[in-house]
Design a protein around this ligand. Structure first.
Ligand code: NAD
Length: 444
């Protein structure tokens, strides 16, 4: 029987990740046949820099697939099966401010962790809810796969404000680390492993790494990570990663030291070694600057070249794990594969000794009706304590947004492990309010 063809809208069509997602989609037509690909953004000029190239990528694979790039929500969301959402409210210049405002006060300045991530969260909630509402209005049966950051805060907002919506919140970071873990363990692919993982988004631990025969690989990988972080043998011999990523992967050696019975998410370095992070960052040139000077330029110029030549032949577009994970998830929903995947879902007892209404990142079985979370049992005091502080911070950000509350946002910033005192939290809050006038609700 011929497989049913799907129709997909990419929200945040002007994202630097859009061309690789489109390319990954059309490279997987055997698994996920498509009838329509739509790009949707609220910034027409930015989306137009990528749209023509994306159309060429699609049409070269299959001219029968309909392609559309639009800034009209009705046109974008009508007759859609899946929305892949990756918006960045305020774009990269606001990310730059998030990072620099914190660093200038001697605090971690990062896209999703610490005060920068909280400021970004306050900006993102509206944009994500708006896109969910468009989807439900024009294609009520569609699923949204949402990887707009900061995923933890956005996921809490979708849980609270759109509890019945068909939205799945995801993150590709564990997938990237799992590929490194597989390399370190001597396996070809992360799918050759069975894993267990629990935590919050950008805040979790692997508790089991086994090969398909059930051999425990975790101790071997921990021994490697203690010395080299997640830098693989190939990467040591022939470094390919950008400096900031190598540093993050390497610092995992100090994070794993705090609990060598597990493997940590690399983002824990921001919370557990915030002094180190601040010392090694440049408040005048942050990751946002690096992305604008490299990734953004490279993607836009590759797309310009494809559009001018009318072909993808000879062009270089990087396809990362980010895109393959999203296709896997879409396939699981479309064809009921029951694949086991890490998702950000309401705890509801999955972690036995943790709040039922926390959004946690855990393995789930994914099929046509959505996901079924797996039971994780009880977690140890160290992880539980850290997670409780972090989840309280994330919930207070969403409270602040909901109630327009200055006090709740001050409490949220004070609660964050990267922020040293209530005084610094207040100074940061006043700076962020000033910078985000156009985006945040007015706090009283
Ligand atoms: P980008 O700035 O290149 O693109 C984001 C696009 O979103 C822009 O074109 C912008 O105009 C658009 N946008 C903003 N608000 C919108 C709205 N309300 N409706 C429609 N479009 C809107 O960003 P990027 O670096 O490609 O990242 C995109 C998003 O994906 C970010 O949130 C980023 O943090 C996230 N991301 C997530 C993961 C993950 O796995 N969770 C991995 C990488 C990136």
């Amino acid at each position: 029987m011929e497989k049913r063809k799907s129709s997909v809208v990419i929200a945040g069509g002007g994202s630097t990740y859009t061309p690789e997602i489109v390319a990954t989609l059309v490279n997987n037509l055997d698994r996920l046949p498509l009838r329509k690909v739509v790009l949707y953004d609220n910034d027409e000029e930015r989306q137009n820099k990528l749209a023509k190239a994306c159309e060429i990528i699609v049409k070269e694979k299959d001219p029968a697939i309909e392609f559309l790039a639009t800034v009209d929500p009705k046109e974008a969301y009508t007759d859609i099966d899946f929305c892949l959402a990756h918006i960045r409210v305020g774009q990269l210049p606001m990310r730059e401010l998030d990072e620099k405002i914190a660093l200038r006060r001697g605090v971690v300045g990062q896209e999703t962790c610490g005060p920068g991530g909280m400021a970004y969260g306050m900006r993102s909630i509206d944009g994500v809810l708006e896109n969910i509402d468009y989807m439900e209005k024009y294609s009520p049966n569609a699923w949204m796969l949402n990887y707009s950051n900061p995923a933890a805060i956005v996921a809490e907002a979708t849980r609270r404000f759109r509890p019945n919506s068909k939205v799945i919140n995801i993150c590709d970071m564990p997938i990237g680390i799992e590929q490194a873990i597989a390399d370190i363990a001597g396996l070809n692919d992360r799918k050759d492993m069975d894993i267990r993982y629990y935590g919050l988004n950008h805040f979790g631990w692997w508790t089991k790494i086994e090969d398909k025969d059930g051999t425990d690989l975790l101790p071997k990988v921990v021994e490697w990570v203690k010395k080299n972080g997640y830098i693989t043998k190939d990467e040591i011999e022939d470094p390919q990663s950008e400096a900031s990523w190598s540093d993050t992967y390497m610092k995992a050696k100090d994070v794993v030291a705090l609990d060598p019975t597990t493997l940590p998410n690399t983002y824990l370095k921001y919370y557990l070694y915030s002094d180190y992070v601040v010392e090694h960052d440049n408040p005048e040139y942050t990751r946002a600057n690096e992305v604008m000077d490299t990734r953004e330029k490279d993607v836009f110029s590759a797309c310009k070249q494809i559009a001018e030549r009318g072909t993808t032949k000879g062009s270089y577009l990087e396809i990362t794990n980010h895109a393959t994970f999203i296709v896997d998830l879409t396939v699981a929903l479309a064809f009921n594969t029951k694949e086991r995947m890490l998702l950000i879902v309401e705890n509801n007892g999955a972690i036995e000794n943790f709040s039922a209404d926390a959004m946690v990142e855990i393995p789930c079985i994914v099929g046509k009706d959505g996901y079924e979370p797996l039971a994780m049992g009880k977690i140890p005091t160290f992880q539980k304590g850290l997670m409780e502080q972090q989840v309280a911070c994330e919930k207070l950000v969403v409270d602040a947004w909901e109630e327009n509350s200055y006090l709740k946002m001050w409490q949220a910033l004070t609660m964050n492990k990267c922020v040293p005192s209530a005084k610094v939290a207040k100074d940061l809050l006043d700076d962020y309010i000033e910078a985000n006038k156009e985006y945040w609700p007015e706090l009283k």
